[in-house]
Design a protein around this ligand. Sequence first.
Ligand code: MN
Length: 336
Amino acid sequence: MTAEDDAVVSPGREDEVGRFGDRTVNRLVSEMFPQRPVAGDPPPLDARVRPPQPGARDPRPLAEWDTRPRILVTNDDGIDSRGLLSLKQALDPIGDVFVVAPETNQSAVGHAKTFMRPLRVRRRTLADGSRAWSVDGSPTDAVSLAFLGYFDHGFDLVASGINYGANLGDDVTYSGTVSAAMEAVLNGCPAFAISQEFDQDPDFALAGRMARLTAVNILEQGLGPGELLNVNVPATSGAVHEVAVTRMGKRIYQDQLIERLDPRGVPYYWIGGPAPSGEANEGTDFHAVVNGRIAVTPIQLDLTASRLLGRLRTWTWELPPDGPTGPDLAGSLDRP
Ligand code: MN
């Protein structure tokens, strides 16, 4: 909106806008609204950095918390996901829950953070009438927003999910659900991700109970720096009673590159194919879930390959001299 626009909509000034030239209108407007820019001036840098908020409080038995824990709930399936609402409702009894989630489905965006455009936040009402906020960005954006001072307080726990589909083994590297929990951990707040094996018409009741149990455990026991929990619930919720503490398994992806033609006859590509399988090694998250148990996997942000670390130190790391590749090295690469 320009200064002239402002003048036009200001009550009682319509006639003056009509009578005076642009320059006079600008002067009038600047007298009425001294903080407003005059047309032609550069726009004001109307920006501020929000103050950072305190980190999570120390873990201790819930009975000893002086105020209720503050819990941030997010997901990657989007603000309208039933799984998100189930998670929020499951955690309501143990803390003050704030829901901040992506506006649209962000599954498999990983740990993407939006830097090249602004973010818009909208106040929302969930299906149960409770308040929430949506962000037109990634799960990581939603968590960043909450920790960088959108609210005037910090959080004691972040819960991400309940994802519509399991996040087992290598899935973690794609998962927006798990990445949201990672973003919380980067901000010094304990977190967990919770996902449920794919089902056409999922019932999130069991996953909700598991989410509450996991939240209480983390709030009371705490997690170390860089640590988070990845929880996966089987789809066969009726028969499940057992929880297994597991390690990350190995996924077997069955992705296919589907080629089709657009209306102009130009091919386009879509990555699809059957759902991933996995190696059913005992002790893994995949093994537990395919055998009808809930898997709780501790994961960490430190991705150092410890076994390779020692071997890597035995390799030659002496840099060759600067300049064109020497004849010896070139010769050694010239094998058939
Ligand atoms: Mn998802």
